[in-house]
Design a protein around this ligand. Structure first.
Ligand code: ATP
Ligand code: MG
Length: 413
């Protein structure tokens, strides 16, 4: 059985927004054994939407449509769908109740245009939207089902998972189970991982391994499919064990957890605390660590010592060290980690100083030169790096490396 996906929006045609809805929906649809017959995008003009809805490929039973269900004047999908299938537009009580319920949670009164989101073609079945005000809806026509959702990617994802996929699964009689496991790898690029694994994982219809580069790391997603859940689980475990054996030292999570969570959990487990002194990362490491709920258990202090003066006055880095070696140097990173730890009275100190570019580099210290210091009561150590990419990539990479160095130090002790 095949599925067609139509995404609606002028912004998709002008190139200002890249269509992420269609690939996201397609990936979920394929996982339940259905195929995609076509993906297309059209603009907001009603005649274009009507035309797209009326020219579905023969043999396609399900059509999934996203975009243009919002409350503003450029949202015309509901009226276009009504004309395409000879229906009138009417106030849908179920959709209205959903909007009102959502607004009841806010102090603000429902702005009038939001009621427009309840003006839907007559006789539709509602698709609940767990993340927004616009309900989706289903129109049946000539043996086909047209499923309409809003355009916002987070809403599309939630509605696809909670409603569209279960419905397609039920209607197509799909009985297999699909399980997956994602491992996060840092410090080895895709090609190097592939080289190490070198065809040792037997992929087939029941098992697949996807390399998902996600700067500055790579995620390895093992997906298993079959009739017997226990067997599928075992197949996944077998593949995971091979990956562990070949690239285990670079894996920091076997359960798709972010690095800041893994580092935080280790700190918590050891009842340890951390203080951070950041220069070129400008607070990014502190931001990432504090994105984790409960981080107040271990996050003691984070300071951004961007200028030399801040390094001297706040962290007591001797002016002589800066004069002799510069702020981007091994001795400075070492002292930053040591002194911030002492200042905060924490178990660990973590520090980053570097040149994020694109200006400020020199022959001796090119853009991307970064020093990362870690300190504990016993010792301090510094790693020196040369990262590549734009300013934000260098900052992100530096924060990742710093969190990973901290993680490794905690594991050692
Ligand atoms: P809204 O209530 O936000 O108006 P809507 O159903 O009208 O919802 P759109 O106006 O089409 O949806 O899009 C809302 C947001 O989602 C916009 O920022 C748009 O760029 C984005 N968006 C829409 N369609 C897609 C898509 N196919 N891929 C990625 N982003 C999309
Ligand atoms: Mg809109």
């Amino acid at each position: 059985m095949s599925v067609e996906i139509i995404t609606i929006g002028n912004e998709l045609l002008s190139g200002s927004t890249i269509d992420t809805n269609a690939p996201c929906i397609a990936a979920s649809v394929i996982e339940i054994g259905l195929s995609i017959s076509r993906m297309s995008s059209v603009g907001d003009a009603p005649e274009d939407i009507i035309n797209a809805l009326k020219s579905i490929l023969p043999g396609t039973k399900y059509i999934i449509v996203t975009g243009g269900l919002g409350p503003t004047d450029d949202d015309r999908t509901a009226t276009a769908a009504a004309s395409a299938f000879g229906k009138t537009v009417e106030l849908n009580q179920e959709a209205l109740a959903a909007i009102e319920k959502r607004f009841a949670g806010y102090a603000a009164k429902m702005p009038f245009p939001n009621q427009r989101q309840a003006m839907l073609p007559s006789g539709v079945k509602i698709i609940p939207n767990p993340r927004g005000t616009a309900s989706g809806f289903i129109i049946e026509d000539a043996g086909r089902e047209f499923m309409f959702m809003p355009g916002v990617p987070a809403e599309v994802e939630a509605m696809t998972e909670s409603f569209i996929i279960p419905r397609l699964k039920e209607q197509s009689g799909f009985k297999q189970v699909i399980l997956s496991r994602t491992m996060r790898v840092f410090g080895l690029w895709e090609s190097a991982i592939q080289e190490r694994l070198d065809g040792q994982i037997q992929e087939g219809p029941g098992l697949s391994l996807a390399y998902l580069p996600h700067f500055p790391e790579v995620r390895l997603k093992i997906t298993g499919m079959g009739a017997d859940p226990e067997k599928v689980r075992q197949e996944i475990e077998r593949a995971a064990a091979i990956i562990q054996e070949k690239v285990g030292e670079y894996i920091y999570s076997v359960n798709d957890e972010p690095l800041e969570l893994v580092a935080g959990q280790l700190l918590k487990m050891k009842k340890a605390t951390v203080a951070i002194a950041e220069s070129c990362t400008g607070g990014l490491i502190s931001h990432r660590l504090t994105n984790i709920s409960g981080s107040s258990d271990y996050m003691q202090m984070g300071v951004v010592v961007y200028s030399n003066r801040a390094k001297v006055e706040l962290l007591k880095i001797p002016q002589a060290v800066l004069d002799e070696h510069g702020a981007v140097s091994e001795p400075c990173a070492r002292l930053m980690a040591k002194n911030v730890r002492e200042l905060a009275g924490s178990t660990y100190g973590l520090a980053v100083t570097g040149i994020a570019g694109p200006t400020g580099g020199s022959a001796e210290k090119p853009v991307g030169t970064v020093f990362i210091g870690v300190a504990s009561a016993e010792a301090e150590s510094v790693t020196q790096h040369r990262f590549y990419g734009g300013r934000e990539q260098i900052k992100l990479m530096s924060s990742h490396m710093a969190l990973n160095n901290l993680r490794k130090l905690i594991l050692q002790q």
